[in-house]
Design a protein around this ligand. Structure first.
Ligand code: PRP
Ligand code: URA
Length: 206
């Protein structure tokens, strides 16, 4: 299952990221804005609870948004660029960071940091990574979350390639993938075309 945000503002913002002259400070701000919009789209289905509050005209049954058992999972490095935007919507969520990089030859993810809690305290996980290229990093992250008992997982990426989307949908058909843009293809080095280049380098000015 996947959704591509169909919105003129989103298209405008993604194309600002594609522009090679967009500097890291603007790139970071726009990435956070797009991440907020993605999380907002996911939150349409967020679980709510009712609680009684006192208002100016008496008791009222208000909507509350439980977040203690929601987790945001940024994949290092580039996933950190989305964290602020998602946290703006879910300030009470847990954050668990995972580290992996793509082997340049095989394009397979290589893990170097895993902070998923041993005891599952996560009812819903938002995995965030701006680029869904081959899908290897996302598939591996979702598998690791499931191994720890997490059942409700959504994946948020700014730009996805058809190849990566297919890989996630085949490996994890229960996971809903949210994209700001679904691009054309991967090139021979596993980069998304047209894409935006290397997201980590663009965010962190490396
Ligand atoms: C990039 C990106 C994703 C991954 C996507 O990370 O941030 O994590 O590639 O590729 P995949 O879908 O083929 O797995 P990279 O390895 O460049 O590391 P970085 O975020 O530290 O720059
Ligand atoms: N990672 C990136 O940062 N960009 C791509 O196009 C593919 C993987």
């Amino acid at each position: 299952v996947h959704s591509v945000i169909d919105n003129s503002v989103t298209k405008f913002l993604v194309d600002l990221l594609r522009n090679a002259s967009t500097k890291p400070s603007a790139f970071q701000r726009i990435t956070n804005e797009l991440s907020y919009i993605l999380a907002y789209e996911v939150s349409k289905n967020a679980a709510t609870k009712k609680k009684l509050i006192e208002t100016w005209q008496g008791t009222y049954e208000a909507t509350s948004l439980p977040q203690d058992d929601v987790a945001i999972i940024p994949i290092l490095r580039a996933g950190l660029g989305m964290l602020g935007g998602v946290q703006k919507l879910l300030p009470g969520a847990q954050v668990h960071v995972l580290g992996m990089y793509r082997d340049e030859e095989t394009l397979n993810p290589v893990w170097y940091y895993n902070k998923i809690p041993q005891e599952n305290t996560i009812r819903k996980a938002y995995v965030i990574d701006p680029m869904l290229a081959t899908g290897g990093s996302m598939v591996s992250t979702i598998s690791a979350l499931k191994e720890k008992g997490c059942k409700d997982i959504v994946a948020l990426s700014i730009i996805g390639a058809p190849e990566g989307l297919k890989a996630v949908e085949e490996a994890h058909p229960d996971v809903h993938v949210y994209l700001s843009s679904l691009d054309d293809r991967l090139n021979e080095k596993g980069y998304i075309i047209p894409g935006l280049g290397d997201a980590g380098d663009r965010i962190f000015n490396t």
